[in-house]
Design a protein around this ligand. Structure first.
Ligand code: S3P
Ligand code: PEP
Length: 429
């Protein structure tokens, strides 16, 4: 149980470099492991989820050295992984599980994947079905982990994704690298494209995109890279929202990734009228900026709909919190994917925000929220439900309260942001 900081009436101030992007950190381990040569990754996110990815590749014979946020990976090439001696433990990480199932479907050995209780409730048919179509034989436990992946000869596919999911897309891409011909994947909506941009950096023209159609060229040669992981916009988002909501705040978040497939939270903040400025922008395949945020006393309500959901999928608990402070009624719809995260995030957000007096209703695919500046705490015992993003959202909400509240399950935060409370302290000093 952690006593949360409440009533931060001095505001948040100063500069902060948030840790490396989680999605890009996972992919940097995967792609450098299957490349030829030694990769050096800087500003790697050494959080519990990314350590699960590192451990899986170590079990498959890849030498990986992690020193602070510097990662060195001795790649073994596309066909060089070795059969692990144990079951591969995916911990709490959906990204590790889904992306690795794609890669493992194309190996010469069988693997068994296990995970923690939360991960073992998350749907895996979304990867086992397309990978089976491609020639692997995958046994799930009623659509969940534990899962056994018996590889097969991988055939190229043309596959239309039934849901907007970067993890499923990436699983198919990683399997398709070892296929007999080129594959085509069609997305219903654009989702984060780090697998594609990074593959084109490790290899030559591996991925081509035309609209929502992605072509994967088979059997590419992947070469080790010297790679900088940008700051994670999904981690920065907690402080973007905190500084917008807490009076007197003014902060700059340095070197944050602003890949357009991830910046839905910035669009929301700007539409609601928040004082946000992008400074020192860089324009690589993974663009970055310093983001300046100043307290905004009045926020407009917002309606977030299906098309933009994938661009802010992990930030939706924060969008709900922002809307709870806006001047009017907001809705978030088309977000049923939230039900398949570390928790059912529609349920857990509603349950926890109601404890602090927020007027929020559950919709089948999102939220309906009445904004107010007058929250009356009805239950001071808040709970992350073991979900890192719920825990951090509640810690941000607490800054606006004037009674003491406690957080249960705060240790889940190390899944994506082990330094979160230290960084909050740094900006509060
Ligand atoms: O590809 C990725 O790195 C991720 C994709 C998203 O999941 P889905 O693909 O299941 O939407 C996101 O929620 C997750 O945190 C990371
Ligand atoms: C959903 C998340 O991650 P994953 O799917 O990798 O567990 C997240 O980080 O919010």
């Amino acid at each position: 149980m952690k006593e949360l900081v409440v009533n931060l009436n001095t505001g948040l101030h100063g500069d902060l470099a948030v840790p490396g992007d989680k999605s890009i950190s996972h992919r940097s381990v995967i792609l450098s492991s299957i490349s030829e040569g030694t990769s050096h990754i800087h500003h790697f996110l050494a959080s519990d989820d990314c350590i699960s990815t590192i451990n899986a590749f170590r079990e498959m014979g890849v030498n990986i050295d992690l020193d602070g946020d510097e990662l060195t990976v001795e790649g073994v090439g596309l066909h060089g992984l070795k059969a692990p001696q144990t079951k591969l433990d995916m911990g709490n990480s959906g990204t590790t599980t889904r992306l690795l199932s794609g890669l493992l479907a194309a190996q010469k050995f069988t693997t068994n994947l296990i995970g923690d209780d939360s991960l073992s409730k998350r749907p895996m048919k979304r990867v086992s079905e397309p990978l089976s179509m491609m020639g692997a034989s995958i046994e799930t436990t009623d659509g969940h982990l534990p899962m056994t992946i018996n590889p097969g000869h991988i055939k190229a596919v043309k596959y239309e994704l039934p849901m907007a999911s970067a993890q499923v897309k990436s699983a198919i891409i990683l399997a398709a690298l070892s296929a007999d011909e080129d594959s085509v994947i069609i997305e219903p909506q654009v989702t984060r494209d780090h697998t594609e941009t990074m593959l084109n950096q490790f290899g030559n023209n591996v991925i081509e995109r035309a609209g929502n159609e992605i072509t994967v060229h088979h059997q590419p040669k992947l070469t080790a890279q010297d790679f900088n992981v940008p700051g994670d916009i999904s981690s920065a988002a907690f402080f973007l929202v905190a500084a917008t909501l807490v009076p007197k705040s003014h902060i700059v978040l340095k070197n944050v990734g602003i890949n357009p497939t991830r910046t839905g939270i910035l669009d929301v903040l700007i539409q609601m009228g928040a004082n946000i400025k992008l400074l020192n922008q860089t324009n690589g395949s993974e663009p970055t900026a310093d983001i300046e945020v100043t307290y905004t006393p009045e926020l407009k309500p917002i309606d977030v709909t299906e098309e933009s959901i994938p661009l802010m999928i992990d930030e939706l608990p924060l969008v709900a919190l922002l809307a709870s402070r806006a001047d009017g009624h907001s809705t978030i719809t088309g977000a049923e994917e939230l039900r398949f995260k570390e928790t059912d995030r529609i349920k857990t957000v509603v349950e926890e925000l109601r404890k602090i007096g927020i007027h929020i209703e559950e919709l089948p695919d999102g939220f309906s929220i009445d904004g107010s500046n007058d929250w009356q705490v009805v239950d001071s015992s808040l709970d992350s439900h073991g979900d890192h993003r719920i825990g951090m959202t509640l810690a941000v909400a607490a800054l606006l309260l004037d009674v003491d509240v406690q957080l249960k399950g705060e240790d889940a935060i190390s899944i994506s942001y082990p330094q979160f409370f230290d960084h909050l302290q740094h900006l509060s000093d």
